[in-house]
Structure formats: C-alpha cells, structure tokens
Design a protein around this ligand. Sequence first.
Ligand code: CP
Ligand code: NVA
Length: 298
Amino acid sequence: MNFISSDDFSKEQIGHIFKISDDIKDNKQEASIREHSTMALIFEKPSTRTRLSFAVAMAQLGGVAIYIDALTSQLSRGESIADTARVIGGYCDFIAARLYRHADIVELASASPVPVINALTDLEHPTQALADIYTIMQHFDSVKGLKIAFLGDVASNTANSLMLTGAKLGAEIALIGPAGYQPNSVYFNRAREYSKVHLYSSISEGLEDSQIVYTDTFVSMGQEAEADKRKKLFSQYQLNSKALSYASEKALVMHCLPAHRGEEITADVIDGTRSIVWEQAKNKLLINKAIILYLSEM
Ligand code: CP
Ligand code: NVA
C-alpha cells in the first residue's frame, strides 16, 4: 500500500494510525520495524521537518533512511521516474518522495515494488495533514463538528490535504481567501462529500466560531516566479491578531512551517499563547513512525 493522497486512507485507517501514534507516545507499543529496514528519501525540493522526521523515525524504529537529492541523482539527467522506482525498490523497503509534480509520485508509486509515501507534491501534503489533525485531537475531544479555518492560499497542497483529512473525520472546513481565487475543485468537491466545506472571502465571516485557524506560506515551493504577485494577492489574508479576534475565543493557531513572519502570519500570533505550531511540528515524527509501522503491517 502507498500513501500518496489524503484520500488513500479511510477514516478507520486514519484512526488506526492515530492509535499507533498514541501507543508509541504512551510506550504501549514496541515501536520497531524489521531490523535494518531502509527508506529512500527522494527530494526534489528543500525540506527540514519532513526529511528529518522521516530519517529520525526510521532510525528510532531500528531502520535507516538514505537521502537522495534528486539534483545529484540520475533523475537530473533524465532517467525515468519508473526506472528509478524499480531500482530503488530493489534496495529499499520504503520510498518517501517530495516531488514537484503530483503526477510524478503517482508514476513512482505505480512502478515501485515497495510502499511509497508522499512527502509533499504540488497538490498534496498528506503526512502533514495527518500530523495536523492528530495535533488538533490532543486539544479537542473529537474532530467531528470542529470548525477548522484555513486562511490564505486555499488552493495550496497543505490546504488540499487538510480539507480532505479534516472533512473525512467530520470537521467543518472554512476556506478563506481573496474573492475570485478558487480552491482546487477536485479536492474541494471531494472534501464536500465528507463534510461541510465552505469558501469565504470575508475573514470575519469565515473565521466566525472557528476553533482552529491555520495558515501556510503565500508562495509555495515552485511558485517563486510569482512571488510578488502572490504576496500582493493574499496580503489582506494575513493571520494577525485582528483576524484571530474573529475566531472562537479559544481558537488555536496552526502553520505547517516554514513561516514567514510579517507575510502570511504575524510574529505576535505565531509566537503567541494560542499557537501550537511547535507541537504540530514535533508530531510529524510520531505520525511518520505510525505511518511507517502501518504500511509495514500491510
Ligand atoms: N512542514 C513541512 O513539510 O516542512 P518541511 O518543508 O521543512 O519538510
Ligand atoms: N505549501 C508549502 C508547504 C511547505 C511545507 C509549499 O509547498 O512550499
């Protein structure tokens, strides 16, 4: 089994992964995989958290992760994704890949003889969304009925995965961005099959009663050429103390990081008492361990 999309795991499977995470956290489960198991980390884009948390997860589970910079591999000289997957799958037990094009990870997974994990593409960031929802569950009894608001680039990979995972577990999702700027229709429509998902251009309306306020960079990796245009487009959708005042009184602030203080979020908000971003980042390690253990059981 692969973990390419936030739609790959059912609600029950997500529950199972969260249970593994709880058991690891509470030392109830011996967190180990077959000794010397290996994971190839193929990265076309930069990463601090995802790359390191997978590497540490493998090490702490008794295996090892090997980093492959796509730029210094034969991928950079045109070797096909499928051939690369077949070869790496002959050496390693898992592949985690961060690629520009989502279609490339689909191709990688279809050729790979071993499980492939999406470590972010232009369309999705599914491991992040699991860590995010798991983090939310540490603060609320249930995700069902919670209102999770995403402010800013509502068509980003992070927004796509968050809305799909959150809606699947019964959260209400509010996407708040500039009038005329649309979320990705595939993810939006799919998430609406699971729960209430609404698009707002008014910050006060969208944030009303929300218990989680989430934001991400205005300029995702691969969009650097449009940086000025995007910063201008989203500038009114900054997560600052005024925006936060429209949310529920106890609303918590999340960001997948890296953050750009003064752009999508202000320093007082991300470094303030309602921010749970460090806990969120830390949970990536726990969730990645649970994902690896779950996939190795399949
Ligand atoms: N949140 C996240 O995926 O961070 P990195 O880009 O550092 O991996
Ligand atoms: N949306 C961001 C997420 C980074 C973890 C990006 O793709 O750059």
